[in-house]
Design a binder for this molecule. Structure first.
Ligand code: PLP
Length: 404
């Protein structure tokens, strides 16, 4: 089977480990020895309930999630969370500050790429508070309009008592990511946030979840991620919520907050162990198998080391291609993502030749996002170091061919 599988460098849904897919195929026929397949079994069965509890524990253990935070599983992807975080955290703000007018409530958004821009747009559409753009990477970009950098710390202006503070840790489309080195100018400026033990800090970790430890996890109000990059098939959203952010949205509505649909209220998921309705059973199953495997390999610190080597190798060959004038990285180097590396192949018809040559070697889904163009190499957990080496060898060969 493995001979016919391509190396899938896609940005998501993306590659999954072969061994997990083979195990999942068996689970489709017979889940946990029940004789019933995972796509057929009741989510209320004791076998599935036990599996769900294990998935939660696997995340809690590997990411070191403290008991102050609950882990929820929902559907709707990152996009539903663009709305859910606004509605739940505005309800919380209403309960904390019932007398403020809507125009006195503020939501801070840090905009570093397409996904945080989309999240801020959704917040604007929902209303209920003013939006403060705490930083906009286009302002600090090379041409005044591209998302090619993580803004330096002096570019941020946070509000004093916002209802939420939002950032996207890894911008999948543009290939920019906050550095986890707190001394680096491209790190998230935790030290500039307002002083509050219960900060409403929200992070979209959709495309970097489980790829390495999460800095200052305990200081976040909400961290969420769609499963479909590092964890499993599309359909599952994982949400880590601090308990003070799981609020009585109906009590808030009585005080004038917007009503929160039941399928978006954290409270309904927390009270019913992520099952106020049918959860995405199959996606949870495959994600659980991926997380078991990740634990056996050594957890997020294992992936941190491997992912660091993988991205170092790709950035090194990109640097060589830049020196030859054949490749051009899209982002400022210190802002470059570990997960999604975006670059241009320069010259007439060269990109098409690059992609065709890669396809011929079984390396697929390297075309950049339609809004950015160029090439995007996604190096999620399921991409092995050996597969990365194959890509790097191909790029080296390509550069040599183009320079003769
Ligand atoms: N946030 C990030 C960083 C993403 O990469 C994506 C999708 O690729 C989204 C949000 C939107 O997620 P979804 O498609 O699950 O709604």
């Amino acid at each position: 089977m493995s001979e016919t599988r391509a190396i899938n460098f896609g940005a998501g849904p993306s590659a999954l480990p072969q061994s997990v897919l083979e195990e999942a195929a068996r689970g489709l026929l017979n889940f946990a020895g029940t004789g019933i397949g995972i796509a057929e079994i009741s989510h209320r069965s004791k076998e599935f309930a036990a599996f769900l509890a294990e998935v939660e524990e696997l995340i809690r253990e590997q990411l070191n999630v403290p008991s102050t935070h609950t882990i929820l599983f929902t559907q709707g992807g990152g996009t539903a969370q663009f709305s859910a975080i606004v509605l739940n955290l505005l309800a919380r703000h209403r309960l904390l500050h019932p007398d403020l007018k809507d125009e006195e409530r503020i939501m801070d958004y840090v905009i570093t790429g397409t996904w945080s821009k989309n999240a801020a747009q959704e917040a604007g559409r929902l209303g209920g508070a003013k939006i403060n753009i705490a930083a906009d990477a286009r302002v600090t970009s090379s041409d005044g309009k591209s998302f090619d950098n993580i803004p330096p710390h002096d570019a941020y202006k946070f509000s004093q008592s916002p209802a939420l503070i939002y950032y996207c840790e890894n911008e999948t489309v543009n290939g920019v990511q906050f550095s986890h080195d707190q001394q680096a100018p491209e790190s998230f400026p935790f030290h500039l946030l307002p002083k509050d033990a219960l900060l409403p800090l929200v992070a979209d970790y959709s495309s970097s979840f489980m790829s390495r430890p999460i800095p200052r996890l305990a200081d976040h109000a909400v961290i969420y991620a769609g499963a479909q990059k590092n964890v499993g098939p599309a359909g599952l959203t994982i949400i880590i919520v601090r308990k003070d952010c799981i609020v009585d949205v109906d009590a808030a509505a009585k005080l004038g907050a917007a009503p929160v649909p039941i399928g978006l209220a954290y409270k309904s998921f927390a009270e019913q162990k992520s099952m106020p309705n049918t959860p995405p059973v199959f996606s949870l199953y495959v994600s659980g198998l991926v997380l078991r495997r990740s634990k056996a390999l050594g957890g997020v610190s294992y992936y941190e080391a491997v992912n660091q080597r993988k991205k170092d190798k790709v950035y090194a060959v990109l640097g060589d291609g830049e020196k030859l004038g054949l490749l051009k990285g899209y982002v400022k180097r210190g802002s470059g993502s570990w997960m999604n590396i975006v670059f241009e192949v320069l010259g007439e018809g060269t990109e098409a030749r690059f992609l065709a040559g890669a396809e011929a070697k079984g390396m697929k889904s390297l075309k950049g996002h339609r809004s950015v163009g160029g090439i995007r190499v996604s190096l999620y957990n399921a991409i092995t170091e050996e597969q990365t080496d194959q890509l790097v060898a191909y790029i080296r060969h390509f550069l040599a061919e183009e320079t003769v």
